[in-house]
Design a binder for this molecule. Sequence first.
Ligand SMILES: *Cc1c(COP(=O)(O)O)cnc(C)c1O
Length: 396
Amino acid sequence: MLDKLEVKSGEGSIPFNRACFQGKELVYIARTIDNGHIMGDGPFSKKCEAFLENAVGVRKALLTTSCTDALEMAALLLDIKPGDEVILPSFNFVSGANAFVLRGARPVFADIRRDTLNLNEHQLESLIGKRTRAILLVHYAGVACEMDTIMGIAAAHEIPVIEDNAHGLFGKYRGKALGSFGALATQSFHETKNITSGEGGALLINDGRYLERAEIIREKGTNRSRFFRGQVDKYTWVDIGSSYLPSDMIAAFLFAQLECAERIQKTRKYIWEHYHATLGDWAAASGVRLPVVPPECDQAYHMFYMLMPDLTSRQALIDHLKKQGIGAVFHYLPLHLSEMGSRFGGKPGDCPVTEDISDRLVRLPFYNELSVEDLNRVIAAIKELKFGQQPGSIAS
Ligand SMILES: *Cc1c(COP(=O)(O)O)cnc(C)c1O
């Protein structure tokens, strides 16, 4: 299983992320040319969608050109109007907020739990108002949000849940796949994700009410998909929409990766567990916190992060690793404190956990072809740093 891990040597720099290929990408792209079908919704798109429907257990998967586009489709499907509100964690990538803001909605920023860094379900109900039209979740690092509580609150208020499942493909909560809880869910196949086509995404549809309209919105507001299935004799403009479907060449690349999902996930599990096991003692002695995965969650092994004692120690670690050619990065800057977020009234103190975590989180190199040797180099470099009594004072 770890054949790939053993090939690469420990020479040179270790990037934070590296595009990894499974071997059949070019073969399948060549096949789209043989097929004479390179536009969207071709044979490889169908294979990818069937794979996702089966793996996640959703009624329908539609490939999109990105997760961002899938989120925009979600906002269109929910008929979001100016003045509507969407609740989402401030500790988040920008795409979910943008998708709803593009429709005129106001983002309502939720804080996160200290353990999983997911939306704090205990705060959720207090954020729901008359204009709340959606709850947008992120399963951070591929570890599930507290779905029982969240789905219960959402159902009681009849508010649809959308899962931004960019990190969570193949993750589970109480044995049920992430991406199968919300009315809609979105996936990303960006180069930094577990499974990639460079850029790419998917919209997953659980709620049957959205099935027909999703196809229309993705096909420029036309009923072209029904036309191709012979359900109507001509196709025409029937709704708003845009062009969200990828070429079958992208789908061909993606399918070559999806086919290897099991091996990819095994490799990533190995990398994550190796980091976790070998950094444990150092972390405990240094006031560093490693990721927490609650027992009800089967995580998706999307990333390995650490919470440093403070901003100074995080910067010191990133600089120390950089000197050895090792790429470590931080994210996210709290959305409520961003330039856009502050236009929606966000201010310091609104989401205290987010503000604290955002200063302290660091992500370590994590990609499918990270060799054991390189992994051990990263770990050895980290362990060279010793923290003094006061958090943040570092004696190398
Ligand atoms: C990567 C990512 C996105 C955006 O994905 P794209 O496919 O690049 O549009 C959205 N949300 C989260 C949580 C992500 O990690």
